[in-house]
Write a protein that binds this ligand. Structure first.
Ligand code: GDP
Length: 431
């Protein structure tokens, strides 16, 4: 179970915040300097995820004084916790002790979230913003006593805590794959090939209910759920409007899946229709594997043409894994498995806030964003807000042009490797 440590100097409201997080309603015991409580852990639950909260409690300022002792507390949290909240009193502002703790935590590889407490109403919001000066990114304004902002704070905490498998939900079951592509590219043929060996069709997986429209298929020693494959087994209807319904169905399958295999007929010119399906996958933010089917029909000439078509049409997804297969001969169909695995690993990937910001600082120092209106936008901080797909938020003082965002994405991919997954970057401008 991941652990969240709450650190800060006495009287900033750590205990009140801990009580709020664990949903305890007893009278709040505030830190009393001189009264030492043992460090205690409590169990917390938010949005169905369980984690421990470590209350560092009150302590005795040691011989070296309060600053030293708070800094030591921060050091300890860095080595034992999975995420750290540094709590600061927004009304008092950053004190020398807060600064000492922040100095330690700025080096932290463990994600740190800065909490500006005692923001009981809108008027104190601006005081919270002043805590940007601590160099720990965006101060999260909360009121531990009233509960203001604590829900958002906990969402942020969950975003940085390592995932633990949830009980009773789908995440532990087979990964969900959508097999999509225009009519006649070979979707049914490929599915038949993959399930051709009767043993690969699974009817039962402990703890999962099989939707009758899905197929469970064992590939590479693992069970995968191919979603909404019922339609693939039927013959294509030529009735009017069939294409419209096929497209709705494709969209439904993509939404239900985690990763899509986009099948493209390698023997034909890449078409509008192929690109429409590609757009659906991209918009849904799913991981993507592109499989060029009918490779048995591809000769040298066609291969050269296809390379040019890829350069022209598929450069919006340069990160997608590509596999050349033949559903007819069975060529390379097993190579789809590592491609799916790589893509899903990228789709699930989380970069710790500390690592992300150390890297970002170097990149921005070497190549700053272009000037806007005579001013250089400053990028202050980044955080990965979500996985599936990895989504990053950059906090800046000004607009970042699209070209620079693409540059950041490219460098991010080089550094952390998100092969097979889209990556989203959004920018929040702070004055
Ligand atoms: P779907 O509409 O995407 O499900 O496509 P089908 O699986 O029904 O395939 C359409 C046609 O392409 C059928 O005639 C298949 O036999 C043929 N086909 C599928 N895969 C291949 C392949 O790898 N090579 C060749 N030569 N033909 C294929």
């Amino acid at each position: 179970v991941p652990t969240l440590a709450v650190v800060g100097r006495p009287n900033v409201g750590k205990s009140t915040l801990v009580n709020r997080i664990i949903g305890r309603r007893e009278a709040v015991v505030e830190d009393v300097p001189g009264v030492t409580r043992d460090r205690v852990s409590y169990e917390a639950n938010w949005s169905g995820r369980r984690f421990m909260v470590q209350d560092t409690g009150g302590w005795e300022p040691d011989a070296k004084g309060l600053q030293q002792s708070v800094a030591r507390q921060a050091e300890q949290a860095m080595s034992t916790a999975d995420a750290i909240l540094l709590v600061v009193d927004a009304v008092v502002g950053a004190t020398a002790t807060d600064e000492a703790a922040a100095r330690v935590l700025r080096r932290s590889k463990t994600p740190v979230i800065l909490v500006a407490n005692k923001v009981d109403d809108e008027r104190t919001e601006s005081e919270a913003a002043a805590l940007w000066s601590l160099g720990l990114g965006e101060p999260r304004a909360v009121s531990a006593t009233h509960g203001r902002g604590t829900g958002d704070l906990l969402d942020d905490v969950l975003a940085v805590l390592p995932e633990t498998p949830r009980e009773g939900t789908g995440t532990a079951g087979p990964r969900r794959v959508a097999l999509v592509g225009k009519p006649n590219v070979g979707k049914s043929s490929l599915l038949n090939k993959l399930t051709g060996d009767e043993r690969s069709v699974v009817h039962d997986v402990a703890g999962t209910t099989v939707d009758p429209v899905d197929s469970l298929v064992e590939l590479g020693g693992k069970v995968w759920r191919f979603v909404d494959t019922a339609g693939l087994r039927k013959r294509v209807s030529h009735a009017s409007g069939a294409e419209f319904y096929a497209s709705l169905r494709t969209k439904g399958a993509i939404d239900a899946a985690e990763v899509a295999i986009l099948l493209i007929d390698a023997s034909e010119v890449i078409s509008e229709q192929d690109l429409r399906v590609l757009s659906m996958v991209a918009e849904a933010g799913r991981a993507l594997v592109i499989a060029f089917n009918k490779w048995d029909l591809v000769d040298e000439d066609r291969r050269g043409q296809l390379e040019r078509e890829i350069d022209r049409d598929l450069m919006r997804v340069p990160w997608a894994q590509r596999v050349n297969v033949s559903a007819k001969t069975g060529r390379a169909v097993q190579r789809l498995v590592p491609a799916l695995e790589t893509s899903l690993a990228s789709w699930d990937k989380r970069i710790p806030t500390g690592r992300l910001n150390t890297w970002l600082k170097e990149v921005v120092a070497a190549t700053p964003p272009p000037m806007r209106g005579g001013r250089l936008p400053r990028i202050m901080f980044a955080t990965q807000a979500t996985t599936r797909p990895p989504t990053f938020v950059l906090f800046t003082t000004g607009f970042l042009e699209a070209g620079y965002r693409r540059f950041i994405e490219r460098r991010l991919r080089e550094e952390f490797n998100f092969d097979g997954s889209p990556v989203r970057i959004s920018v929040r401008i702070r004055e």
